[in-house]
Design a protein around this ligand. Structure first.
Ligand SMILES: [Zn+2]
Length: 202
């Protein structure tokens, strides 16, 4: 499948910190907490620094704006696991700086829409959350399935924070519902438009 990027992107600053040309098809989404209520420009500048040694595919700023940091065709340096980052789309989300690293409502709402868009463009109709590292990492997704993974499974970190961790079942359900609901909202049309671009780009 041809790789594409989301049309939900508001701001683009491509990072040099990445695995150029991922070799594994996208079948995971890994959401992270930034640990800071950052705006889009701050996010772009931070991940553009070579010395940062880190990146993400997308980031969602504190006001819900989406930043493209590493194109989907490339793997980001985000989850302390090369094998995860080469198959996952990673999303850094603006959050509080202290436990449980809460997101603002507009950030969580955009995360739902962005995950649905990523699934749709990559041919997925289900987003799965297992709540178990062993189950999730040993699962072989069917061609229409995308699996949520989290940074804390790969490193001794709190990421994505308990605020989001406790909502990952809700996120998976809402995204799967969006993917299987026909409607004429503006967001759905945007998702459809991005699919057409992918098809035409082949
Ligand atoms: Zn993380």
């Amino acid at each position: 499948m041809a790789y594409s990027n989301s049309l939900l992107v508001d701001y683009k600053k491509i990072s040099p910190n990445k695995y150029v040309n991922r070799k594994h098809a996208i079948d995971r989404i890994t959401p992270h907490c930034i640990v800071g209520q950052w705006d889009a420009k701050t996010i772009g500048d931070e991940f553009a620094r070579t010395s940062k040694g880190a990146s993400c595919n997308y980031a969602i700023a504190k006001d819900g704006r989406v930043v493209l940091v590493v194109e989907e065709k490339d793997g980001s340096w985000c989850s302390s696991s090369e094998s995860n980052d080469r198959r996952a789309v990673t999303i850094e989300c603006a959050s509080d700086t202290t436990h449980p690293y809460a997101f603002r409502p507009e950030v969580y709402e955009k995360l739902i829409k962005l995950c649905a868009d990523i699934c749709k463009r990559n041919g997925k109709t289900r987003l799965l959350w297992f709540g178990s590292k062993t189950q999730a990492l040993n699962y072989t997704p069917k061609s229409n399935e995308m699996v949520i993974t989290v940074h804390r499974w790969f490193a001794n970190k709190a990421c994505p924070g308990d605020w989001l961790y406790n909502r990952l079942g809700d996120l998976a359900a809402k995204v799967t519902n969006l993917l299987n609901t026909k409607s004429n909202t503006k967001e759905d049309n945007e998702v459809t438009a991005s699919i057409n671009i992918t098809v035409n780009g082949k």
